[in-house]
Ligand binder design. Sequence first.
Ligand SMILES: [Zn+2]
Ligand SMILES: [Zn+2]
Length: 286
Amino acid sequence: MRKTDYHIHPNYSVDAAPVTIDAYCAKAVDLELEEVCFTTHLEIDPDRRESDNFVMVNGKKHSSFDWTWLDHYFAELREAQQAFKNTLSVKAGVEVGFFPGQERALERILTNYPFDFVLGAIHCVNHMNISSKQESTHFFQNSSLTTIRRDYFNTLRAAIETGLFDSIAHVDLYLRYGLVHFGPAVLTVHRGVIEPIFAEMARRGMGLEINTSSCRRGLKDFHPTRELIGLAADAGIRVFTVGSDAHALHELGDNIDAALALLAEFNLTNHIFTQRQAFPYIYSSF
Ligand SMILES: [Zn+2]
Ligand SMILES: [Zn+2]
């Protein structure tokens, strides 16, 4: 099976283990991955400037608002592409945590650097990080499921309508902590609201990610659930990627075989990206 991992956080992400791009590539070869895409975090919500809008460069904290870190990131990616050119394809990606109001700043960054793949993510709803246990608990305790539903999906729709993203990461991330907090009601909260959003993604030729990190956090399904994958396919989305969301070396390639099997079950095709163009990953370059 031709394996890829399209969601990897090297040591540039403040919440990731100090593992270099080079070390991930070596491990990817061991795991018989054929192509990897690094997707370091880019978060530039000015309201969170003091809390989490940082990246790490050579082990030091660096503001995400100062782009020079991207020069280091791309230089390191180029070195890895050279070093592994006979065994592994290495792509330059980014995971953008979207919040409305940052479109112009994001556009400047994304057009000034030669990314292969731009993954959009909704990590924050009303400036609260739903992927953090602490913040989501506080947020969920002070909001109704109806409000969260409205605000999450409005943010998702706004992200899609910016046209800035190639694909959407973990589209039901609210389940990570929401399932424990709200119970099974949260599993169906997308019904009636996600269908037109998926239709718009399909119209734009956007991709959707199968993210396996959910299994490391005790969820039964990947992000998104089987029901959501079915709805995405029904809406006409054809571009899918698979990603472990590795923040540590041992998480690389995690459950990728199962994610690829799931795509096959739905008759969907794993994709790769080059210079922001999607290609079905049918033929291996190795
Ligand atoms: Zn994410
Ligand atoms: Zn991630």
